[in-house]
Design a protein around this ligand. Structure first.
Ligand SMILES: NC(=O)c1ccc[n+]([C@@H]2O[C@H](COP(=O)([O-])OP(=O)(O)OC[C@H]3O[C@@H](n4cnc5c(N)ncnc54)[C@H](OP(=O)(O)O)[C@@H]3O)[C@@H](O)[C@H]2O)c1
Length: 322
C-alpha cells in the first residue's frame, strides 16, 4: 500500500482545493474525508442524516488533531482544510439537484467529486422517483449529481471518482437497465441488481471520460472492507444476522483490508500528480490504487453508450433536464 503522505499537501489560504463526497460519514468515505482534510481540502460531505454527518465531522477533527500531534516537527507541512455538511439524500433526485445547486452557488470550481455512497443487497424497493433503490442510490443519483456539478469540475479541470465494486463482474452479459431483477430469493437477485448498478457506474465513468476529456474520470473497487456499514442490512437480520456477521468476518480475515486501506485507492486517484487526463482517463483501479481491468461488459463502449442513453431518457421522463 502506498503512503498518502507522499501526495501533495495544500494550504487552503493560498490554494483553495474543493472536494465533494457522497457518504463521507462512514466506512471508506470517512477515511477518504480524513485524508482530504489533512491535505488541505475544503470538503463537502453529502449525507442524508445531519446528526450522523455532524458526529462524523467531530470525530474526523479529533482524529486529525491526534495524528498531527504525533508527528512533531513533521506536522509543519500540514494545513488542515475544512469540513461541511451538505444534505443530500440520494434516494430523492430533487434533493440531489438542490445539493448540487447549493455547491454551485457557494463554489466557483470543484477539484474533486467522489461518488462514494452506496446501498448494498437491499430487498427490491422503488424510490419515489420510481427507480429500483440500489440503481438510484449507487448510480442514477450520482449520474445526476455529476452532470449538475460538471461545469465546476470543468473549470477546475478536476477529477470525477466513482466507487464501484468487484461484484460488478456478476453481470455476465449486458442486461440493459430496464431489467429490474425483481425476483425471489432476494439473497440472489439483490446481488444482480447491485452488479447492474456498479457496472453502470463504470460505464458512466468511461462515457464521461470520452465526452468531457478535460475532467479526469476514474472508477474504483476499494477492496473487501468488511467492517464498514455496507452489509448491515444482512448482519441485522433476526437470527440469521449472526451467521452473516460471522461469514463477513471470516471473508474479511482472509481477503479483507481495513477501512483506511479501503480508502487509499480513492485518495490516490483524487490527489496523485502521476495520473493525468491524456493517459489515464476512464481507467479502473483497485485496492490501494492499483490499475486494473473491469469486466468485458463494463469495458464495452457500445454497452456504455446504451446505458448512457437509457439513463438520459429515464431522467427526462421524470422531468429532469439532462
Ligand atoms: N465495503 C466493501 O467491502 C466494499 C467493496 C466494494 C465496493 N465498495 C463500495 O465502497 C463505497 C463505500 O462503501 P462502504 O463500505 O464505506 O459503506 P458504508 O460504510 O455503508 O457507507 C455507505 C455510505 O453511503 C451513504 N448512503 C447510503 N444511502 C444513502 C442515501 N440514500 N443518501 C445519501 N447517502 C447514502 C451512507 O449513509 P448513512 O450513514 O446515512 O447510511 C454511508 O455514509 C460504496 O460505493 C461501496 O459500494 C465497498
Amino acid at each position: 500500500m502506498f503512503n498518502p503522505d507522499s501526495l501533495p499537501h495544500y494550504d487552503p489560504a493560498e490554494d483553495r482545493k474543493v472536494a465533494v463526497i457522497t457518504g463521507g460519514n462512514s466506512g471508506i468515505g470517512w477515511y477518504t474525508v480524513l485524508h482530504l482534510y489533512m491535505h488541505g481540502f475544503v470538503v463537502y460531505i453529502c449525507g442524508r442524516n445531519s446528526n450522523r454527518v455532524n458526529e462524523a465531522i467531530k470525530e474526523l477533527k479529533t482524529e486529525a488533531a491526534k495524528r498531527i500531534s504525533k508527528r512533531g516537527k513533521d506536522s509543519l507541512k500540514i494545513h488542515l482544510g475544512s469540513l461541511h455538511y451538505l444534505h443530500n439524500d440520494l434516494s430523492d433526485l430533487k434533493c440531489v439537484e438542490r445539493a448540487a445547486s447549493k455547491i454551485c452557488k457557494k463554489e466557483e470550481k470543484l477539484d474533486v467529486l467522489i461518488n462514494n455512497a452506496a446501498t448494498v443487497a437491499l430487498p427490491y424497493e422503488l424510490t419515489k422517483d420510481n427507480f429500483e433503490i440500489q440503481l438510484q442510490t449507487n448510480y442514477i443519483a450520482h449520474f445526476l449529481l455529476s452532470i449538475r456539478l460538471l461545469p465546476l469540475l470543468q473549470k477546475a479541470r478536476g477529477r470525477l471518482i466513482t466507487l464501484t465494486s468487484v461484484c460488478h463482474q456478476l453481470e455476465f452479459r449486458y442486461w440493459g437497465l430496464g431489467q429490474d431483477w425483481n425476483y425471489e430469493p432476494n439473497m440472489i437477485f439483490t446481488w444482480l441488481r447491485y452488479a447492474m448498478a456498479k457496472t453502470a457506474s463504470i460505464q458512466f465513468t468511461k462515457m464521461m471520460a470520452i465526452k468531457y476529456p478535460e475532467v479526469l474520470c476514474l472508477s474504483i473497487h476499494p477492496g473487501m472492507v468488511m467492517s464498514t456499514h455496507i452489509f448491515s442490512y444482512w448482519t441485522r437480520l433476526p437470527i440469521v444476522g449472526i451467521f452473516f456477521w460471522m461469514l463477513f468476518q471470516i471473508v474479511g480475515l482472509f481477503l479483507g483490508v481495513s477501512n483506511e486501506q479501503g480508502s487509499l485507492a480513492t485518495v490516490r486517484c483524487a490527489l496523485s500528480p502521476q495520473l493525468n487526463t491524456e493517459r489515464d482517463n476512464g481507467k479502473y483501479f483497485t485496492t490501494g490504487g492499483v490499475e486494473s481491468k473491469p469486466s468485458y461488459i463494463a469495458n464495452n463502449l457500445d454497452d456504455a453508450a446504451s446505458t448512457w442513453i437509457w439513463t438520459v431518457h429515464a431522467l427526462r421522463d421524470r422531468g429532469f433536464k439532462v
